[in-house]
Design a protein around this ligand. Structure first.
Ligand SMILES: [Zn+2]
Length: 268
């Protein structure tokens, strides 16, 4: 049985981590985080995470984040497809819909997301989904299109209980971030994350964003810890998820590790 943690969303190509990758990984390992999923969010970052995954023996995803959907062009499908064929690439994404800031217009996001669903079907890889302020559109797309998709995770879930129930009905996995630790933004989640079945739960940092320390006032929590999230802080997410699900920290380690093996089809 494992008491190791898996961070299913690390944006290791972010500028905040540039040149410090080795150290970030070392510190994460020291803090019990043994596995990471390095996520791509456009062509360049997807190429980079595949290389980093090879170099550090992690796994990667390849795809276009909805913010970057506007950059998708006629070559993108085949470019991402070739990255998805690499050994270390284990999911399509992150992809989806983000109507919070609409960095790409919603119609473009929709059509690029549909291309990612096709990529998942073509490759038989799971879908790694980002959804923010777009639950209803996302739910209806998934309901109508996921029959042949292998597995789906909605990462960084921050929605309502009803949204969670509907996602779970579709059989998707759910990823929880440091929002759960945040008194200002994540409080509502604490009442109902226990409805996520053990075999559908993931935890993640989404680092360098969403620090679990953001609303903490205890001594020792520095402003750097509040503003720059790192994979090593996954421990804080795991502790709070355990607390609000009424489970032990070790049990959270165990089930999320097992889910990682199942979802991404890792043989150890
Ligand atoms: Zn995301």
């Amino acid at each position: 049985m494992s008491n190791k943690l898996v961070d299913i969303c690390v944006n290791l190509t972010d500028d905040a981590f540039s040149g410090k990758e080795k150290n970030i990984i070392k510190e994460a390992n020291k803090n019990n985080v043994s596995k990471m999923v390095l996520v791509g969010n456009d062509l360049e970052s997807s190429k980079e995470v595949v290389n980093l995954a090879e170099r550090f023996n992690f796994i990667a995803t390849a795809g276009y984040h909805p913010h970057n959907a506007k950059d998708w062009n006629s070559k993108s499908y085949s470019e991402i497809l070739s990255l998805l064929k690499k050994d270390k690439t284990k999911a399509v994404g992150e992809c989806g819909l983000d109507f919070n800031r609409n960095f790409s217009n919603p119609e473009v996001q929709h059509s690029v997301f549909m291309d990612h669903i096709s990529l998942a079907k073509d490759t038989n890889l799971p879908l790694f989904i980002h959804e923010r302020d777009a639950f209803h559109q996302m739910y209806s797309i998934l309901k109508n299109n996921i029959h042949d998709c292998k597995n789906i995770v909605v990462h960084c879930f921050t929605g309502t209980k009803n949204a969670l129930i509907d996602y779970l009905d579709l059989g998707v996995y759910v990823g929880l971030t440091g929002w759960i630790c945040d008194d200002r933004r994540g409080k509502h989640l604490r009442d109902f994350i226990n409805i996520i079945p053990d075999d559908k739960l993931f935890i993640e940092t989404d680092s360098p964003y969403l620090s679990p320390y953001i609303s903490r006032k205890e001594p020792g929590v520095t402003s750097a810890m509040k503003h720059l999230n790192k994979p090593e802080y996954l421990v804080e997410v795991a502790k709070d998820v355990a607390k609000y699900r009424n489970q032990s920290y070790d049990y959270i380690c165990e089930i999320t590790y097992q889910n990682y093996l199942n979802f991404f089809e890792i043989n150890e």
